[in-house]
Design a binder for this molecule. Sequence first.
Ligand SMILES: Nc1ncnc2c1ncn2[C@@H]1O[C@H](COP(=O)(O)OP(=O)(O)OP(=O)(O)O)[C@@H](O)[C@H]1O
Ligand SMILES: [Mg+2]
Length: 641
Amino acid sequence: MARSNPSQEDIALDRLPKAPLNRENLRQTLELARYVRPYRPRFFGGLATLFVSAALGLAFPLLAGSLIDAALHPGQATLPYLGVLSLNQVALLLAASVSLQALCSFNSALSFNRVGQSALADLRRDCYQRLISLPMAFFARRRVGELTSRISTDVAQIEGALIDSLPQLCRQTVFLLGGITMIAFTSVRLTVVMLGTLPLLIAAAVFFGRRLRRYSRETQDQLAATNTIVEETLQAIASVKAFANEAFELGRYSRANARVLTAALGAARWRATFVAFFIIALFGGIVIVLWVGAGLLETDAISPGKLTRFVLYTTFVAGAMGQSAELFSQIQKTVGATQRVRELLREEVEIELPGVGGGTRARDAEQATVDNGRETGAWPLPVRLRGEVVFEGVNFRYPSRPEVAVLHDVSLTARPGERIALVGPSGAGKSTITALLLRFYDPESGRLLIDGRDARDYPLSWLRGQMAIVPQDVLLFGGSIAENIVYGRPGADDAAVREASRQANADDFISAFPEGYATLVGDRGIKLSGGQRQRVAIARAILKNPAILILDEATSSLDSESERLVQVALDRLMQGRTTFIVAHRLATIRNADRIAVIEAGRVVEVGSHDELSAKPDGLYRRLSALQFGQPGDALEFSPTD
Ligand SMILES: Nc1ncnc2c1ncn2[C@@H]1O[C@H](COP(=O)(O)OP(=O)(O)OP(=O)(O)O)[C@@H](O)[C@H]1O
Ligand SMILES: [Mg+2]
């Protein structure tokens, strides 16, 4: 049932789709039970105390009834196996039973929580590990929101099932079956009366339940829509303010908010009716049972103790029935959630990290560190690549857009230590070539040879460990500047970080911050300028000391002083490595060993700056005429991405 103020998480959990409960789905769900396996003793211990506590709960009405009978008819209150007991003996028994029940409940709640939390920590870790090990093609097919929700919402649903629903299911089953049995033993006539009113109650509860669920779903959908508006506007707050669109956004929000109100008010009448009905049903039922029971008392057909027992058991049974609908829907949602999680866990990874596939306990987590260098191919890997790169007739299309061929018969050779520039119009396929080099994707046909071997022969992490990329738009991770630089070679010491920054022309500006290398950047820290971020990325690449370097438009959109600093740093970085430079600004690539002009996915010209400039109607000549038309004035010939 929806509460008046559901949190974001509640909304997400409530909107989870349900899966039909069939044998196959349940079998698959149970496969995730392997996450509970390492904690088996505690799990079964919890289960045992749960059943003891449920059984003691079931004994409560029995003892309570005996208490009354012992008071009214001393010497007549008999209990199975215990015979005749005095009032005080029954009271003592009751107290002992309640205490033991509390103790057992404590143990089972603690056990289920411990098992659930540990198993879920393992599951979350495995999901995350699987996720980051998946190939780029996977991420092109999925939205980020959907993926994060698998780790948060779906896993939270499974957690709820393990910690709440499963124990509830066991307890309520005991109460329902045990309660009905005890009732039948207490008084057959009253049982018939009570069971007579049940079908009506169940039908009404189902009817109201459906209505209410529909309305609360509607309310939550509308609420989610308002939250989306808040998120969107906050993300783009600079644009909202720059366009002075606060009033416009407020209007948008108010309209969405009004829809939430309408939906919520629609539910209100049903909810109020339901509450009224529930009171009539519950108390009315008890009144009927009491009425008939009192009649039986009058004729001494039943003892007061038995009647008390009966009424108490009736509330147990009713409670168990009331909960069953909610439990059922929780189970359906959990089955759905486990399916989506299992789907993720079954995806083919491109990099094997230790411990994929469950069974790793939370306490092993620290030991299972990423070890890129440990994988070995079928032949002895060199310590370092020489850096020869050959694209041989490569054709490629993105798996997410198979209808568009992006690269056609691309052939390119870079000898060790050479600088190869890729130029051409926007969308020609330059970044795609670098993506293939990093093996984010593999060619559809043709070959990519690195040091004379097919790139696919190298262990992926090892290969990427030999390369570094300085992208145009550098995204820094939240953390200190030092942490961001050390990302290039985890474990490098402070002196190495500082030296790399010096070579990247970054040491001066970093040292000028009051907190120096400890300055926080990213979401919660300061914002570095474009040129500063690039120099941090260059320092990171210098620290990595790659055999192959990729610079994607690293020098565009900078002022001339920043550009000079970046350029000097890049020249240092490129020394002794094979470098692929994607550049829109031709001035930066004049001294490349070879320039490849890419147009619509094809290599249309290859040569040095002088050779290409000499071609009478070559594309490069046209492009450079555009840029160097007026001396000293380097224009960009195409918008950057
Ligand atoms: N992940 C992707 N999925 C599908 N298509 C893509 C993807 N990335 C790029 N493309 C398409 O491939 C083509 C080449 O893109 P690419 O990014 O290689 O161009 P580019 O030469 O780097 O352009 P720019 O100079 O603007 O950076 C474009 O048509 C683009 O739409
Ligand atoms: Mg690009």
